[in-house]
Design a protein. Structure first.
Length: 416
């Protein structure tokens, strides 16, 4: 028996969620220490004795026992047990019921409760995503900082603020109340969308894509729509766009780790399982009357996924979808992507015209793809000097070596 990839990372989230139910979210520091100790002990013990029959159950039990040891040492167990007695009787779970501790359905429910707890309205979007990564996905504070190109003290402060907010709430979010569930659902959608985008379009110094973040976002959104209250058209649309985008990741980088434009991607490398899942979810998302940003973005991803090659892409349809998206989100990035679609549909000159009409272009000046797009369209119009200048500005603010290498090849192709 071999452990799956990221076993301990995922188990950290499962243990944290389960022990938050057992010991109370107000004891998140205790839970975090016990979880880390259990994972470290598992590495030592399993390397000698081999894997137990139920590794997940072993870890949860070890973490629970470690938490009890800490409480006994600190002489807090008696007072805490009194409080827990009420909570445990309410939830139908006793500390000794190991089979219930490791019950898969209960664990999934606990993780969903922890996810919704992380979406607390008193926290910023950045803090919500940070504590989701930390507590649900098992990322260390250093890993969260690296994923978001943020300074370690800043991320530490976000997670500490999140931890205090969780502890002050006193209990995990109650996902059995439909009204409360649906009220917080848009916040959870947004957090998962930001998490996925950071993986797919992120600014990692090591790579232009972070597949691990994409996989975690898909894992969490799947957990969301597996709950009856989470089965909304917006949830399905969000899941669809994740699957349809992540399907293209195998073609996004070449064997040397360099970026490959959509025009040049080998579509035979695209993951057909994700494409099929994406279209199935998109059909479920189409059953209602609402049309969210997630619906439109998923439909866009579907246009690309259904085109047999770049030339077959229905750019007129994409322009129409961008027009609809602008009605919901008139951001400079959306306007830039709309201009790219117009350039493909009506020519580079029209694309540059639309870029010139962006209402707040200063917000794009630190965005490398803004300058890269300008350079690409200028080069197509044989405005070589302007193109080289734009691409050089993109190169200067590129976020990782892969982006720099891609842009340098573009600059070199323009000649002197």
């Amino acid at each position: 028996m071999e452990l799956p990839d990221h076993f301990f990372r995922h188990e950290t989230g499962r243990i944290t969620a389960t022990l938050s139910r057992v010991f109370g979210i107000q004891n998140i520091d205790l839970i975090e220490d016990a979880t880390q100790d259990a994972c470290s002990r598992a590495v030592e013990v399993w390397s000698v004795r081999g894997l137990p029959e139920n590794p997940s159950g072993w870890l949860i039990t070890a973490a629970k026992n470690r938490a009890l040891d800490i409480l006994r040492r600190e002489r807090r167990l008696q007072s805490l047990s009194t409080d827990l007695g009420v909570s445990l009787n309410t939830e139908g779970l006793g500390l000794a019921q190991e089979d219930q501790l490791a019950n898969l359905n209960a664990i999934a429910d606990d993780q969903l409760r922890l996810m919704f707890s992380c979406g607390h309205p008193n926290l910023s979007e950045e803090a919500q995503v940070a504590i989701m990564l930390h507590y649900l996905c098992g990322f260390s504070i250093k890993e969260v900082a690296q994923a978001y190109l943020s300074a370690l003290p800043a991320v530490d402060k976000r997670i500490t603020r999140g931890k205090k907010t969780l502890a002050a709430s006193g209990s995990l979010f109650d996902v059995t109340q439909k009204r409360d569930f649906l009220e917080r659902l848009p916040v959870i959608h947004r957090a998962l969308y930001l998490l996925f985008n950071q993986g797919y379009h992120g600014a990692s110094q090591d790579s232009p894509v972070q597949p691990l973040l994409c996989r975690e976002a898909i894992r969490l959104v799947t957990m969301l729509f597996e709950n009856p209250f989470g089965q909304t058209t917006e949830t399905f649309a969000l899941a669809a766009l994740m699957h349809l985008h992540v399907a293209r990741l195998p073609g996004k980088l070449n064997l040397s780790g360099e970026l490959t434009q959509l025009l040049d991607q080998d579509r035979s490398l695209w993951d057909q399982r994700h494409i099929q899942s994406g279209f199935a979810l998109l059909r479920r998302a189409s059953s209602g009357q609402s049309l969210s940003e997630y619906h439109i973005e998923a439909l866009m991803a579907g246009v690309h996924a259904s085109a047999k090659d770049f030339e077959s892409t229905d750019w007129h349809k994409l322009v129409h979808l961008y027009n609809a998206l602008q009605q919901l989100n008139d951001s400079p990035v959306v306007a830039l992507n709309r201009a790219i679609a117009i350039a493909q549909s009506e020519g580079p000159g029209r694309g540059l015209e639309e870029i010139g009409r962006i209402s707040d272009p200063k917000r794009l000046e630190s965005y490398p793809f803004y300058w890269a797009t300008l350079g690409e369209l200028q080069s197509q119009l044989n405005r070589v000097l302007e193109a080289k200048e734009s691409l050089a500005r993109a190169f200067a603010i590129a976020r990782n070596p892969a982006e720099q290498s891609h842009l340098q090849r573009k600059i070199d192709s323009l000649g002197v």
